[in-house]
Design a protein around this ligand. Structure first.
Ligand code: ST9
Ligand code: ZN
Ligand code: ZN
Length: 370
C-alpha cells in the first residue's frame, strides 16, 4: 500500500491536482465552545418523523417474517444492497466528504453518491454538515446527536425532534466550501421545481406562491418539487431493491419491498445510529480517555469498519478510521482497492509514533497494538 505516514498536520495541507478536493479542518474538536447557561429550549416533537420511523420499523419486522419465504438469490441481493448502501455512507458521506481523508476521482464520486442515495440518510451535504458539527462540538448542545442526552436520543431520538438552536448556529459558521465546490454533491442535493402558474379568482389557501395583481386575480403557482435527492432515494432505496429480484428471478414484489427494501434500509440506519449511541457509550478508550467515543468491535462489524470511534474522534482525518488497516474494516479494504484501480489516492493516515505518543499521553491504559 502507498499509505502515507505523514504527520497529522502535514496531512491536512490542501493538495491541488486532478482529483483534488480541498481538505477540511472543520472536524477538529473546538474546546472553546461553551453551552449557554439557563434552561434548555423545550423539546419539539416532529410527528411526521415519529410516524414514518414507526412505519419503517414495523415494515422491517414484517420483512423478518417474510425472510423464510425469500429465495437464496434475494438474500444475496439484500446483502449486496446492504453493502453498497453502507459504502455510500462510510466511504462516501463519512470518510470522503465529511473528513476529506482521501481523494476520489469523478467516477468513484458518482458511484458513492448513487450508493449514498440508496442508504437514504439525508443528502451528502446535509450529512457532512451535521457530521462536522458532531466532531467539532462533540457531546455538547451543538452536537446534533449529543450522546450526553442518552442512548435513545443519540440513536434515533435526534431525528424525531427539532434541532437544538446551537447546532444550527454553529453549523452555519462551518466552512463547507469544499462541499459546495463538489459538482457531484451539489447535483445530488439540487432542487428542481416544476412550476405550474395559473391566474385564478380566489380567496382560497395557496399551495406555494401567492401574489395578487391589479385585476384582483391571484397568481397562484403550484410548485411541484422534484429534487434530485428525493427522486434518487425513491428509485435507489426503494424501487431498485424491490424490482431487481422481481424482474430477474421472479421474486414476489412483497418480498422485494419488505426484505431488500425496508428490512435492509432499517438495518443500515440502525447500524449507522449505533456508531452515535453504542460507540459513544460502550468500549475502551485507548487513545483518549477524556472523550466519550469508544472502540466497539460489534459496531465495527455491523458498520463495516466504523466502530473504532475513540481512534476516529482522536484522529478524524485518518482514512481507515482505525490504526489496524483492513481488520474488521471492509471500508478501508474498499478504499485501498479503489486506489489500486487508480480511482482514489492521497489516503491520509497517522504515523505509529504519533499514535503511541498520544496513547501514552491521554489513553486509558487499555491499548493493545495489533
Ligand atoms: C439519518 C442520518 O439517519 C444518520 C446520520 C448518522 C451520522 C452517523 C455518524 C457516525 C459516524 C460515521 C459512521 C457511519 C457508519 C455507517 C454504517 C453503515 C452500515 N448546520 O434539519 P432541519 C439549518 S437520516 C447548519 O430541518 P429542524 C439549515 O438552514 C434518516 N445549518 O432542522 C436547514 O435548512 P437546509 C432519514 C443547519 O427543523 C434548517 O436549519 N431522514 C444545520 O430542527 C432546517 O434544518 C430523516 O429521518 C447544521 N448542522 O429539524 C429526516 N442543521 O437544510 C431527518 C440544520 O435547507 N431530519 N440547519 O439548509 C429531519 O426531519 C430534520 O432534520 C429534524 C430537525 C426534524 C431532525
Ligand atoms: Zn467522523
Ligand atoms: Zn462520534
Amino acid at each position: 500500500t502507498e499509505t502515507e505516514n505523514r504527520n497529522p498536520h502535514a496531512a491536512r495541507q490542501p493538495n491541488g491536482g486532478a482529483m483534488a478536493e480541498s481538505s477540511t479542518v472543520e472536524d477538529v474538536f473546538d474546546d472553546t465552545y461553551r453551552e449557554k447557561d439557563g434552561p434548555k429550549p423545550p423539546r419539539r416533537l416532529v410527528w411526521r418523523n415519529i410516524i414514518l420511523m414507526t412505519l419503517l420499523h414495523a415494515g422491517a419486522l414484517y420483512g423478518l417474517v417474510l425472510l423464510p419465504s425469500a429465495s437464496g438469490l434475494t438474500l444475496v441481493w439484500s446483502a449486496v444492497c446492504y453493502l453498497v448502501s453502507a459504502l455510500g455512507v462510510t466511504a462516501g458521506a463519512h470518510r470522503l466528504w465529511s473528513h476529506r481523508s482521501y481523494k476520489a476521482s469523478f467516477p468513484l464520486r458518482v458511484f458513492l453518491a448513487v450508493a449514498n442515495s440508496m442508504s437514504f440518510q439525508n443528502d451528502i451535504f446535509e450529512w457532512a454538515r451535521d457530521h462536522r458539527v458532531h466532531h467539532k462540538f462533540s457531546e455538547t448542545d451543538a452536537d446534533p446527536h449529543n450522546a450526553k442526552r442518552g442512548f435513545f436520543f443519540a440513536h434515533i431520538g435526534w431525528l424525531l425532534v427539532r434541532k437544538h438552536p446551537d447546532v444550527i448556529e454553529k453549523g452555519k459558521k462551518l466552512d463547507l466550501s469544499d462541499l459546495k465546490a463538489d459538482a457531484v454533491v451539489m447535483f445530488q442535493r439540487r432542487h428542481r421545481g416544476l412550476t405550474a402558474g395559473t391566474a385564478v379568482q380566489s380567496q382560497s389557501p395557496v399551495i406555494c406562491g401567492h401574489s395578487a395583481n391589479d385585476a384582483g386575480e391571484d397568481n397562484v403557482s403550484i410548485r411541484l418539487s422534484f429534487g434530485h435527492y428525493k427522486l434518487s432515494v425513491v428509485v435507489l432505496c426503494f424501487l431498485l431493491p424491490m424490482l431487481v429480484p422481481w424482474y430477474f428471478w421472479g421474486e414476489s414484489l412483497a418480498v422485494g419491498y419488505f426484505v431488500p427494501g425496508l428490512l435492509r434500509y432499517s438495518l443500515i440506519l440502525n447500524a449507522t445510529w449505533l456508531v452515535n449511541s453504542a460507540a459513544h457509550i460502550w468500549g475502551n478508550r485507548p487513545y483518549d480517555k477524556t472523550i466519550n467515543p469508544r472502540e466497539n468491535f460489534m459496531v465495527a462489524l455491523s458498520a463495516i469498519g466504523e466502530g473504532f470511534h475513540n481512534y476516529h474522534h482522536t484522529f478524524p482525518f485518518d482514512y481507515a478510521t482505525s490504526e489496524f488497516g483492513c481488520k474488521l474494516n471492509l471500508t478501508t479494504a474498499f478504499i485501498d482497492f479503489m486506489c489500486f484501480l487508480g480511482l482514489a489516492r492521497d489516503r491520509k493516515s497517522v504515523s505509529k509514533d504519533t499514535i503511541l505518543t498520544r496513547v501514552q499521553r491521554t489513553g486509558d491504559g487499555s491499548y493493545k497494538s495489533g
